[in-house]
Write a protein that binds this ligand. Structure first.
Ligand code: SF4
Length: 169
């Protein structure tokens, strides 16, 4: 499979198809309307008129079936982790995950038996946006990083690689 991918990625035709598909995917990211804790307020603010995520093609959708991005914006408790997994499983492929805030990235200050110590333990995270809470512009920076990451992907490559995500600084 790796040889096949290399042959295709070195081919002008498939390279062009890749860039067109990746451009369309990165230009129309549709996150779930899904907030968990205080970070969700900053995420909501990023979607409102002042920061206006729509101008980047980022439009929040009310159903995981219509979404390809999950923004984990808050503390994930172990009781809530199965819900996050279920919502992730219901999303369309290819799909991407942004962990927003220290709680989503590492459990934050809640180093307890009841809190998942990092969203990567339950879903593959593509971009981490640090802060407590991260400002809306930090989330926008994370989304721009995700768009750049998508533009480098190969259409034949498996999307859920489980690789460590990038950090938006
Ligand atoms: S990172 Fe801070 S702002 Fe975000 S959910 Fe955790 S405690 Fe709240």
């Amino acid at each position: 499979m790796a040889n096949l991918e290399n042959r295709f990625s070195n081919n002008v035709f498939f390279g062009t198809v890749d860039s067109i598909i990746n451009w369309s995917r990165s230009s129309s990211l549709w996150p779930e309307t899904f907030g968990i804790a205080c970070c969700a307020i900053e995420m909501i603010s990023a979607g409102c008129a002042r920061y206006d995520l729509d101008r980047l093609g980022v439009v929040f959708r009310p159903s995981p079936r219509q979404s390809d991005v999950m923004i984990i914006s808050g503390t994930v408790t172990k009781k809530f982790a199965p819900v996050v997994r279920l919502l992730y499983a219901q999303m369309t492929e290819p799909r991407w995950v942004i962990a927003m805030g220290t709680c989503a990235i590492s459990g934050g200050v809640y180093n307890t038996y009841a809190v998942v110590q990092g969203s990567e333990r339950i879903v593959p995270v593509d971009v981490h946006v640090p802060g407590c809470p991260p400002r809306p512009d930090a989330l926008i920076h994370g989304i721009l990083m995700l768009q750049e990451k998508i533009k480098k992907q190969h259409v034949l490559r498996k999307q859920d690689t489980g690789e460590a995500g990038d950090v938006a600084r």
